[in-house]
Ligand binder design. Structure first.
Ligand code: HEM
Length: 472
């Protein structure tokens, strides 16, 4: 475990030799509302007034926000020792017992088994599919820009993200239209997306009451419908097995066939398909829309990206044959994606609850309290990043190399570090390359954002693309 070596874990009733201090700030009843209304402002104001660690009453009880790298490292690595996942009962019920969060005893085993679906040769094999779907969607974008019609940024990106990710994770080619869903319990892409959105909203329901009147109740019903849907998808796949799987579902089915008594039970497979699409679709949409927006706000960045891409494509097989090796050469593109994730992190990490009291750097974190590791704090700290308020991709280039361990945390870290980080950034890079190849764009004016549960540009924000001269 990667816990700071000087975290002092206290046994019941034990008092440390030197009396530690409580984290600053007096928790207030209004904290939950203030955080949900504007997490950015909540974090920034409290960081300025109290420093990177402060007490709140966000989500009831005492919740300590942590932003310093040492406290984040402590929060991320206490599983099974002094922390547990501390999500509300509604969220835990929505996850179900087959999530990585629900069963700490099986977490490592399940995560290890799932990882090949998001990395290495499987990830490389996803790239041609990404390319095809992205190219198809960008043709529509091109037709709109040829008519000078503004493009609604988030809804347009969301369509690309769903058509890339749903086939890879659920194993159904929804990008090819509703025919792929014929005969399944959810028979159109519109219905599938609607069901997913209801499922997503259920995670943030406040009342654990299974009724159509509550977000949780509707979400839970959507979850049951999605499980039934996945069951039918899996049955269909079993009737036509493939030799070498090219999607996440296929990978799990192949492993199950090789080792029927192994990790992959039918229940785990059905649930993982749902959960991985849940974990990725909205976050990836948020990242891609924010990247387009940030680059559009900084024309000089767009020029550097285009120059880098031209240089890399000259020596490779061109845009039609993108490989992980091509993507690796695009260091400036990588830096712009990281900078977007720094400035506009789509989500905070899930809450951890302390099962024991701990002391770190003279601060006492009491048993029963919750911890939230917040990128909105960590990414805004001058000890972690120079001039954190500026959008400056160069900070992530090798000569500056800012954002050390536990300072840059858009994908969490430690035990529960995001399993799909590479998939998300690969998809972002392939989309970026196609966009840079075809379009110019600018995003003057400030976009408005939905702040919670995920930070995302509002749906009505339009973007005007211009087809690059070479493509006219
Ligand atoms: C921009 C895109 C994404 C962002 C910002 C993001 C963010 C995060 C964060 C912050 C965590 C840590 C949660 C915690 O510690 O409480 C996490 C965990 C996780 N993410 Fe992502 N994620 C993204 C994309 C994806 C994708 C594409 C997948 C898979 C298809 C995925 C699957 C997961 C899983 C399975 C976990 C839980 C890991 C565990 O508990 O061990 N994520 N993600």
């Amino acid at each position: 475990m990667d816990t700071p070596s000087d975290v002092l874990v206290l046994s019941e009733g034990e008092a440390p030799a030197i009396a530690p201090a409580a984290p600053p700030r007096c928790p207030r009843w209004s904290d939950t509302l203030a955080y949900i209304a504007d997490p950015d402002q909540f974090c920034r104001q409290n960081l300025a007034r109290h420093g990177p660690i402060f007490q709140t009453r966000v989500f009831g009880g005492t919740t300590v926000f942590v932003g310093s790298s040492r406290a984040i490292q402590m929060a991320f690595n206490g599983d099974g020792d002094y922390t547990e996942i501390g999500l509300p009962p509604t969220t835990m019920a929505m996850f179900g017992e087959y999530s990585l969060f629900q069963r700490p005893d099986l977490h490592r085993q399940r995560k290890t088994a799932l990882r090949p679906g998001f990395t290495g040769s499987m990830l490389a094999a996803y790239i041609p599919h990404m390319q095809r779907v992205i190219a198809q969607h960008l043709q529509t974008w091109e037709r709109m820009s040829a008519r000078d019609a503004p493009l609604p940024l988030v809804p347009s990106v969301e369509k690309v993200s769903f058509d890339v990710l749903a086939p890879l994770l659920l194993g159904i080619p929804v990008d090819q239209g509703d025919a792929a869903l014929a005969g399944l319990p959810i028979a159109t892409k519109t219905d599938l997306k609607r069901c997913y959105k209801t499922f997503f909203d259920g995670f943030y329901g406040l009342l654990k009451w299974r009724s159509p009147l509550t977000a949780f109740g509707r979400g839970y019903q959507a979850r049951e419908n999605l499980i039934e849907f996945m069951r039918a998808v899996i049955q269909r796949r079993r009737r036509a097995p493939v030799e070498a799987p090219t999607d996440f579902l296929g990978m799990m089915l192949a492993q199950q066939q090789d080792n029927p008594k192994g990790v992959f039970s039918n229940d785990l497979i059905e649930n993982q398909c749902l959960l991985q699409l849940w974990a990725s679709h909205y976050e990836v949409t948020g990242l891609a829309a924010s990247w387009i927006y940030q680059v559009g706000q900084h024309p000089e960045v767009l020029q550097c990206l285009r120059a880098e891409q031209a240089a890399v494509l000259e020596t490779s097989q061109g845009l039609n044959d993108i490989t992980p090796a091509t993507l690796k050469q695009l260091t400036y593109l990588d830096a712009t994606i990281k900078e977007t994730l720094r400035v506009l992190p789509p989500s905070s990490t899930a809450t951890r609850r302390l099962t024991k009291s701990v002391v770190l750097d003279g601060v006492l974190y009491e048993k029963g309290w919750s911890l939230i590791a917040e990128p909105r704090i960590a990414h805004a700290m001058t000890t972690h990043f120079t001039h954190p308020d500026q959008f400056d991709p160069d900070r992530f280039l090798p000569d500056r190399n800012e954002g050390g361990p536990y300072e840059f945390i858009p994908f969490g870290g430690g035990v529960h570090a995001c399993l799909g980080a590479q998939l998300a950034t690969t998809l972002m890079k392939v989309l970026a390359m196609h966009l840079l190849h075809r379009f110019d764009w600018q995003c003057p004016g400030k976009a408005q954002f939905v702040q919670f549960p995920l930070k995302q540009i509002k749906n009505n924000y339009p973007i005007q693309l211009t087809i690059q001269d070479v493509h006219k």
